[in-house]
Design a protein around this ligand. Structure first.
Ligand code: NAP
Length: 173
């Protein structure tokens, strides 16, 4: 099983500006490549609303799971909406046979998964932009997490992709 968080960020660590704008994100091919390695993608309700507005919902050829405290308010035909706790959701997906799970944001959703200790890797596509404020890659996170750099790749248009492994506490001793 591998659980990976993947987002595009500004060089100062934001995934969207104050208005939620992500029009500066420009790594579609890299994103599609990563999605294709997974059988399920999980994201938060706010990200879902943005994808709908941008006519990019759902991600094709992959199971889409959206976190919300009000799953009954949404249409279940094209995606699954759930209020399961992140650790229970991951266990359920693994039980269903999913081996590679991608967490696709936003900041709040990234944090709720990072807090579970079930995330193995973090990928960030660092875009050549400074936003100064906005939605943080990890919102409301109080943890300190050690990372090991696994790979760095130069993408098009000045974007740099870093892939990190999460170093568990027992590994860092
Ligand atoms: N740059 C990128 O790669 C990237 C990627 C993804 C998103 N984004 C941007 O990030 C912004 C959204 O980020 P965000 O942090 O505001 O929101 P988010 O994480 O997308 O969604 C937050 C919502 O998800 C639900 N949620 C999260 N954790 C939950 C849990 N443990 N249990 C139940 N529900 C849970 C809640 O929905 P309810 O309120 O319905 O209960 C919560 O309000 C948008 O602007 C989006 O475009 C950027």
């Amino acid at each position: 099983m591998k659980v990976c968080i993947y987002n595009a960020i500004s060089i100062d660590g934001f995934i969207a500006d104050e208005q939620g704008d992500t029009s500066w994100v420009n790594d579609v091919k890299a994103y599609e490549k990563e999605l294709s390695k997974n059988s399920v993608v999980i994201y938060g309700r706010v990200t879902y609303e943005d994808l709908v507005a941008l006519e990019q919902f759902p991600f094709e050829n992959i199971k889409n799971v959206i976190l919300t405290s009000k799953p009954k308010d949404f249409d279940y035909r094209v995606a699954e909406f759930t209020d399961l706790k992140p650790e229970i959701l991951i266990k359920q997906l693994v039980f269903q046979g999913h081996e590679n799970i991608l967490i696709a944001g936003g900041g709040l959703t990234n944090s709720t998964f990072l807090e579970t200790d079930l995330v193995d890797e973090i990928i960030v596509d660092i875009h050549p932009i400074i936003l100064s404020s906005g939605v943080k890659l990890f919102d409301d996170l109080e943890l300190k997490v050690n990372l090991e750099l696994l790979k760095t790749k130069k993408l098009n248009d000045g974007i740099v992709q870093h892939r990190y492994k999460i170093v568990r506490e027992e590994e860092s001793k």
